[in-house]
Design a protein around this ligand. Structure first.
Ligand SMILES: [Zn+2]
Length: 406
């Protein structure tokens, strides 16, 4: 991991005193909404930190120079709804393969584990991944373990969940509740209780039932700062019969409830999202709910989700804002989601392709568009970890002897 991909040419020349930066991304169009950057800037990296952001950093100062003049550069993307490898969770995916190559440098696992198996999840997944993996802890002690366990309020111990969160304050960002079928408020209310005890937020996946309505959820049970995920899904009654956004959605937003996409297999329907966005009800955060099913037909990768919202009328700046600084705020990690001198070097280099594209939703619908985003290079913790165009490499003919391989 530590070996940079593209040192090959550099071994042929002696170290140069002028070369004060390990890596410089040159000439990219930087979009960093938190810092209101939207223009051409060079970014220099030393070790795992951003060392300098400037309109012009001399090429001679770079040990490795990467020309990103044809691309956009954003803070490493943050996907706050993911499902990565975990014991007993057959739908989960490998984090690095699916996050880093889509520009996602921080992925938040959304409740795959609970207080009974979080430490195993940490050992097996978090500690072994190059992607920064954070977690919402499932209010269910065993995590996403399937029907009976997830429907049993007896498995939802708010005190035990809060204790686990407090033990790992830099990793666990909140509490998740999901899949709860009984028509009661037990799961939501216990998740909120655990979040209160641990001073964190709740991410809610919610199916309305008679006696357990969505309006009450967003106006009475969730607190300001809590996150409803999957809100463009079929089961979220955010539009009335005339496709008008319900008044309580605006009221909930004024209260501070956050609305997260959580695309998944079933939760992004263009016939809900397009009219809602046309009326100005845009998501606070974009996220994938990526797993073995959602990554297939609806294509719930981060750059695809961003492209779908571009196609629905959001600007590139809005899409990047909702994939960087907004999710960082939602999980209360202000150290993430922006590009700062002295901050960790997590960056995504994105290509905005022009042409004919089509994207699918969860409801067997297709949306055609003339642009699409693709991640061409990802820097995580100062290292180039994804480079689909070989931007950081030289031509093979100049790659030197085999002994240069590190
Ligand atoms: Zn999910």
């Amino acid at each position: 991991m530590r070996a940079r991909l593209a040192l090959i040419a550099l071994f042929t020349c002696a170290a140069n005193a002028q070369q004060i930066y390990d890596l410089v991304l040159k000439g990219g169009h930087v979009i960093d909404p938190k810092n209101k950057r939207n223009g051409r800037l060079d970014i220099a990296i030393s070790g795992n930190k951003v060392a300098k952001i400037s309109p012009r950093i001399p090429a001679a100062q770079a040990r490795q120079l990467v020309d990103v003049g044809d691309y956009y550069v954003s803070p490493g993307l943050i996907d706050i709804h993911t499902h990565f490898d975990a014991q007993g969770a057959p739908l989960n995916l490998n984090p690095d393969h699916n996050a880093l190559r889509n520009g996602v440098t921080t992925a938040v696992d959304a409740g795959s584990s609970g207080h009974k198996n979080f430490e195993e999840f940490k050992r097996q997944v978090i500690d072994r991944s190059a992607t920064r993996i954070l977690a919402f802890l499932n209010i269910v002690g065993a995590g996403m373990y399937g029907g009976k366990v997830e429907d049993d309020p007896g498995e939802m111990d708010a005190e035990a969940a809060a204790r686990t969160v407090r033990k790992y304050p830099r990793i666990i960002v909140g509490i998740k509740t999901a899949h709860f079928q009984p028509p009661t408020w037990d799961a939501v209310d216990r998740a909120v209780k655990a979040a209160e005890l641990s001073k964190t937020v709740v991410m809610v996946d919610f199916h309305p039932k008679p006696g357990r309505g969505y309006r009450e959820l967003v106006l009475e049970h969730m607190r300001p700062g809590d996150i409803h995920t999957h809100f463009y899904g079929r089961l979220t009654p955010q539009l009335d019969d005339q496709k008008k956004v319900q008044a309580y959605m605006w009221e909930a937003r004024r209260r501070g409830v956050l609305f997260d996409v959580g695309h998944g297999s079933g939760s992004l329907w263009f016939r809900i999202a397009v009219p809602a966005i046309q009326q100005g009800f845009v998501p606070d955060t974009l996220s994938t709910d990526i797993h073995k099913d959602s990554i297939m037909l609806p294509g719930a990768t981060m750059t695809n989700v961003m492209s779908k919202f571009l196609a629905m009328g959001l600007t590139l700046d809005q899409v990047i804002e909702r994939s960087t600084v907004n999710p960082a705020k939602a999980i209360r990690r202000p150290d993430l989601g922006s590009i700062e001198e002295g901050g960790v070097a997590d960056l995504a280099v994105l290509e905005l392709r022009k042409g004919q594209f089509a994207f699918l939703d969860s409801g067997h619908g297709k949306l055609t568009t003339d642009k699409a985003l693709r991640c061409v290079l990802t820097v995580r913790d100062g290292e180039v970890v994804w480079d689909t165009e070989g931007l950081s490499l030289g031509d093979w003919k100049e790659a030197g002897p085999y002994s240069n391989f590190k």
